[in-house]
Design a protein around this ligand. Structure first.
Ligand SMILES: Cc1cc2nc3c(=O)[nH]c(=O)nc-3n(C[C@H](O)[C@H](O)[C@H](O)COP(=O)(O)OP(=O)(O)OC[C@H]3O[C@@H](n4cnc5c(N)ncnc54)[C@H](O)[C@@H]3O)c2cc1C
Length: 465
């Protein structure tokens, strides 16, 4: 067959992306093994040829850009689809897979961990609370505790892990651990895949009349592909999926920073009479001499590409200035800029409108919920924790979509606490189990049996208060 005779579908099949193409196998097979040496093959093969006729570009018509309608190839069908491989998404995917359903995880970057790795946010706040008697209590258990324990077993994985303290992890070790745990759980993974749209059933839900989510579109180097799913969990942090399928939400601005890491901080020999700028040296990490430096940053819109671009440029100038200030201080000459965060530090953007909203007032008053599926803790364990009601994860107007992590339903003031890493682990694990139970019961996420969800969460060692 000549290339010009290929349909778009058969062309995609030829390049390995037709219906039923297998997901990414995570086991290291021999053909994947790369040697740590120089490239020895000098000439690449000529490869397949494409005539250009298979491309489907947008049309520029009457001054407007129009995208032509075209069929999208389906790359995978799954039970639970988790979008975003940050703290919430990894826990959601692992929890769903461990609960026994086929689980798929989509991530736009090349690693797992989200802001906790790629954003160099390595300080684990908020898994402690105080009991009414004033005692500290670790409320984040389940997968959060399992990960911290496993990091202890890896070289330079975690430091300051003592009762009542907030530990710090190493971003690279945490990335590795997540690969290990996701591989063990047999999760189908698509990296380098941006969720760009959602797929909604032609027919609304017969009971509620709400739209029903059927999956998402991902953008890859070979164009868009569909992933179909029985339940979708939006863990993009920014609600990229729930916004496209019509879920009610709010859009907030909040400060956006860019953390970095400094090396050789242990080599500082303060010269007599000079003051080392300690506030620019950040906090300790598990690696000797390496510090991570957090950054607040101005209130900005983390969804606006112009804001994000401006901040990237300004923050890099600021980091360089701070670094030179340290390096030019007598006694600090050996300090070097190890890395700036590969991904910008967006804290809060879209927050879903759930069927229940968490507020600071209710949390402080110790409000309890019949629908509790998790328990969160404050930054330094300085006040009591709060129950997380299932409705904070559940869209109020679209079926079969949950969210977890920093985008769950919280009022201003409360979202700032819900977003810390351990609380994202918790809501992720709860959403994963709830989605799995809905698949197993063949019901919507709204109608899921919460007693069964809680039974499995307890089995997975989650603390529910
Ligand atoms: C500068 C800064 C400092 C902070 N300091 C602390 C601290 O000291 N301690 C603490 O506990 N917390 C801190 N936080 C908060 C914490 O890091 C985040 O709130 C937490 O990581 C959120 O987890 P998440 O899984 O909800 O989202 P994220 O960590 O944002 O993960 C979302 C994931 O989804 C992926 N994704 C996004 N969009 C798409 C898409 N369209 N398609 C595919 N994949 C997508 C992302 O690449 C990412 O992997 C800080 C945050 C920032 C920004």
């Amino acid at each position: 067959m000549k290339l010009s005779e290929l349909t778009r579908r058969s062309w995609l099949k030829n390049v390995g992306l037709g219906l039923g193409a297998a997901g990414v196998g995570l086991s290291l097979n021999s053909s994947d093994e790369a040697r740590a040496d120089f490239v020895t093959k000098k000439v690449a093969t000529r490869g397949k040829e494409y005539s250009g006729e298979e491309a489907v570009p947008c049309k520029f018509s009457n001054g407007k850009v129009i995208r032509p309608a075209s069929e999208i190839p389906t790359i995978s069908e799954t039970d639970v689809l988790v979008v975003g491989g940050g703290p919430a998404g990894c826990c959601a995917a692992i929890a769903a897979a461990r609960a026994g359903v086929k689980t798929t995880l989509v991530e736009r970057y090349n690693h797992f961990g989200g802001l906790a790795t790629g954003g160099l946010v390595v300080h684990i706040l908020g898994h402690w609370t105080r009991t009414p008697e004033g005692e500290k209590l670790q409320v984040v258990q389940g997968l959060g505790e399992e990960m911290m324990k496993r990091l202890e077993g890896l070289p330079n994985g975690i430091c300051d892990r003592q009762f009542g303290r907030n530990p710090t992890v190493d971003s690279e070790v945490y990335k590795y651990l997540l690969v290990e745990m996701i591989t063990e759980a047999n999760i189908e993974v698509f990296l380098h895949s941006w969720a760009i749209d959602s797929i909604v059933d032609d027919n609304p839900d017969p009971k509620t009349g709400n739209p029903v989510v059927k999956g998402i579109l991902i953008q890859t180097k070979l164009g868009p592909h569909a992933i179909l799913a029985k339940q979708v969990i939006d863990c993009t942090g920014d609600g990229d999926v729930f916004a496209t399928c019509g879920c009610a939400h709010t859009r907030r601005v909040y400060h956006i920073g860019l953390p970095c890491r400094l090396g050789n901080v242990d080599k500082i020999k303060p010269a007599p009479g000079t003051k080392v700028p300690g506030h620019l040296l950040g906090g300790v990490t598990p690696v000797k001499g390496v510090r991570w430096v957090n950054m607040g940053g101005p209130d900005s819109d983390g969804l606006d590409v112009r804001d994000l671009t401006r901040l990237e440029l300004n923050h890099r100038k600021q980091i360089w200035k701070n670094y030179l200030q340290v390096k030019n201080t007598p006694g600090c000459e050996d300090v070097y800029l190890l890395e700036t965060a590969p991904q910008i530090g967006v804290r809060i953007t879209r927050v879903i409108e759930g069927t229940e909203e968490l507020t600071l007032e209710n949390a402080k008053a110790g409000k309890t919920y019949d629908s509790c599926v998790g328990y969160g803790g404050a930054w330094g364990g300085d006040h009591i924790g709060w129950q997380i009601p299932y409705g904070a994860l559940l869209s109020k107007n679209v079926e079969n979509i949950l969210t977890a992590g920093r985008s769950i339903c919280g009022a201003p003031g409360m979202s700032e606490l819900l977003r810390v890493i351990p609380n994202c682990w918790v809501s992720g694990q709860s959403a994963g189990v709830a989605a799995a139970v809905a698949v197993q019961a063949n019901c919507t996420a709204r109608d899921v049996n919460l007693n069964e969800v809680r039974r499995i969460l307890k089995e997975q060692k989650v603390y529910l208060g």
